[in-house]
Design a protein around this ligand. Structure first.
Ligand code: GLC
Length: 619
């Protein structure tokens, strides 16, 4: 009874806005009533531990914005075989100082048409080879006991063609056809194609797939076996919200809303970032605040900054809690290839100027390709043109140009547009693979330095850092995907290799590459966790260094100040900064030094902390 009352109070707090949004989109009273009834049921079903964690988090809204958050993402099978395996390896996760794991897609999917698990055939079933829903609950529970948060993907834009709705739709059941976009001839699809860009121009061209057995076209923005859901149908919205709440109740802390910009389609538009998408995300936020307020929404918006930021919503009407810092990630690799920090500095200044409530996830790479979404307007002032610059970046990272030591492969190369994205692990892109192959110890030292410097720089950014599993030990590209016909045409598998536990076994060996990288990243993580200047809402800014290859980032919080200086070139440099507000200590070596005219070796970095606290008014 008390639970019931609490639910009604929570609902009452948000009811008007939720109802208004729902009616704007669906004009359907009875479906709204059904939604509220189901929310009540999911609230009552939510277990006591999760509810008490919700309560704690509600009274401590900063809980995920502190400096102790460090994420790691991995595929369950690649990391430890199955869910139970992950549970057995939680000690290693702790050793990595990671307290948030993103389990890449693990729900049921046809193995031969899975898009890395992003084609879900059952939102309530775990892939058999990975375990069961019960294993998932045990895993989330075991993680929570160790203070580890669990993130999973919620692939809401589409289902697999093997989902039961899709099967019924394929058989011509109108009720289910209306949950997707079906067309009996190519007239409307051809109108869409006039304005809708392609996600996979080479591996899955076009946005529609002809189904000969059904005699219809179906909308497939991604692979032909991923059918776009029609969110104009309130049944789709409601059922997907029930799936979301079902998964949240299994103990998931962070829901990554996959491909969120795509979820609403309108003819004569690009079918991306439409206003209705924001209404849906806002409703999801409200629903989660009512039923499972401890759960965070992480939006996957791989778009230019003006399109990304609106997914935070406003301070009064928030949408996602966290978003990927995708432009900064791509700009980082541009900086590596050009040894020119100007564009990156500008990008970091844009991020620093945003409200501090916005939390970005920072990363060097993820399970997806790196798309060259840079600010070409800005680059054109330096004489760089989009097409030729993309060509340069792709050549550079394949190791063909610009004194590069990188290794990796193109993704979705589109010769007509002169476009391609890039795939590779951080270590391979830094030269670890090439140096290892050539057994060149000097080159290896340089590669390790670059790898560690990039992590040190990433940790300095405003937000939460996330590692891709394997990067903590400098794991290189995995070419075995080419032997697997199910994977061979998707080069993203090159950087999704299985974690090499033999290398993990060497992390204590300071002479090994994995040992060197693991130890140095561990040191950085420790610093990040113990220094309060790393909280998400610290001030961050960039400092002019008067050297095009050297980046300097400042952080300030409650009297404490830190400077991170990073050399993106293969030459020793001097950072011509002049911060004469005290003596600094290099947090890596412990040496005291002045923060002016700092000599910085090739691919080196400094973490300088100002000694002592200086009262705010003197700064
Ligand atoms: C997201 C995923 C990507 C997948 C796509 C389609 O972008 O990160 O791996 O291919 O969505 O679901």
């Amino acid at each position: 009874m008390i639970e019931e009352k609490i639910f009604l109070e929570k609902l009452a707090n948000h009811h008007n806005e939720l109802r208004w949004l729902y009616m704007e989109l669906y004009h359907n009273d009875s479906m709204f009533t059904e939604l509220c009834d189901k929310m009540r049921q999911f609230y009552l079903d939510r277990n006591r531990n999760l509810k008490s964690s919700d309560q704690k988090r509600e009274s401590d809204k900063e809980w995920y914005r502190r400096n102790d958050m460090l994420g790691m993402m991995f595929y369950i099978d690649n990391f430890a075989g199955n869910m139970k395996g992950v549970e057995d390896k939680l000690d290693y996760i702790e050793q990595c100082q990671v307290n948030y794991i993103h389990l890449l897609p693990f729900l049921d999917t046809p193995l031969d048409r899975s898009d890395g698990g992003y084609a879900v055939s059952d939102f309530r079933k775990v892939q058999e080879r990975l375990g069961t829903m019960e294993d998932l609950e045990n895993l989330t529970d075991a993680c929570h006991k160790k203070g580890i948060n669990v993130c999973m993907d919620f692939v809401m834009n589409h289902t697999s063609e093997d989902h039961e709705w899709a099967k019924k739709a394929r058989q011509g059941d109108g009720e289910y056809m209306s949950r997707y976009f079906f067309f009996h001839n190519d007239y409307i699809p051809s109108l869409y194609e006039k304005t809708v860009p392609q996600v996979f121009p080479t591996t899955a061209p076009g946005n529609f797939t002809w189904l000969p057995d059904a005699g219809h076209f179906v909308m497939t923005s991604f692979y032909p076996y991923q059918w776009d859901l029609n969110y104009k149908n309130p049944r789709v919205f409601n059922e997907m919200m029930y799936n979301f709440l079902y998964l949240a109740n299994r103990g998931i802390d962070i829901i990554r809303i996959d491909a969120v910009p795509y979820i609403w389609k309108e003819l004569n538009t690009q079918c991306r970032n439409l206003p209705q998408v924001h209404m849906i995300v806002r409703m999801m936020r409200i629903i989660s605040e009512i039923v499972c307020p401890g759960v965070l929404l992480l939006g996957e918006v791989v778009m230019e900054p003006e399109k990304v930021v609106p997914y935070f919503g406003t301070v009064e009407k928030p949408e996602c809690h966290m978003l990927y810092n995708v432009t900064t990630m791509a700009t980082t690799w541009h900086t590596v290839a050009t040894r020119d920090v100007r564009l990156l500095k500008k990008q970091l200044d844009i991020v620093s100027s945003l409200p501090k409530e916005y939390v970005f996830l920072n990363y060097l790479r993820c399970h997806d390709d790196i798309g060259w979404g840079l600010d070409y307007g800005e680059l054109s002032y330096e004489g760089m043109k989009e097409r030729s610059h993309k060509q340069y970046l792709n050549n550079y990272f394949q190791g063909y140009e610009g004194g590069s030591n990188s290794r990796g492969e193109l993704y979705n190369a589109d010769p007509a547009m002169g476009d391609a994205r890039f795939c590779g692990t951080t270590a391979s892109m830094c030269g670890v693979e090439k140096a290892g192959f050539e057994q060149d110890s000097e080159a290896m030292e340089r590669a390790v330095r670059m790898d560690v410097m990039l992590h040190a720089y990433m940790f300095m950014q405003s937000g939460i850092p996330v590692l891709y599993s394997g990067d903590e030990i400098g794991q290189i590209n995995d070419y075995t995907y080419k032997d697997n016909p199910r994977k061979a045409c998707d080069s993203r598998y090159i950087h999704r290799g299985a974690l090499d536990w033999k290398l993990v076994g060497q992390i204590k060996d300071k002479t090994s590459v994995s040992g060197r990288i693991f130890k140095r990243l561990g040191q950085l993580e420790k610093i990040r966790k113990s220094e309060k200047v790393f909280v998400c809402h610290a001030d961050t800014w960039t400092v002019e260094t008067y050297d095009a290859s050297v980046l300097c980032i400042g952080r300030y919080y409650e009297g404490e100040k830190m400077l991170g200086i990073f050399n993106f070139s293969e030459y020793d440099k001097t950072a011509w900064i002049n911060e004469n507000d005290g003596i600094y200590t290099d947090m890596i070596s412990g040496k005291r030094m002045a923060a002016s005219g700092v000599n910085i070796p090739a691919y080196g970095f400094f973490y300088l902390k100002r000694n002592g606290e200086i009262p705010d008014e003197k700064i």
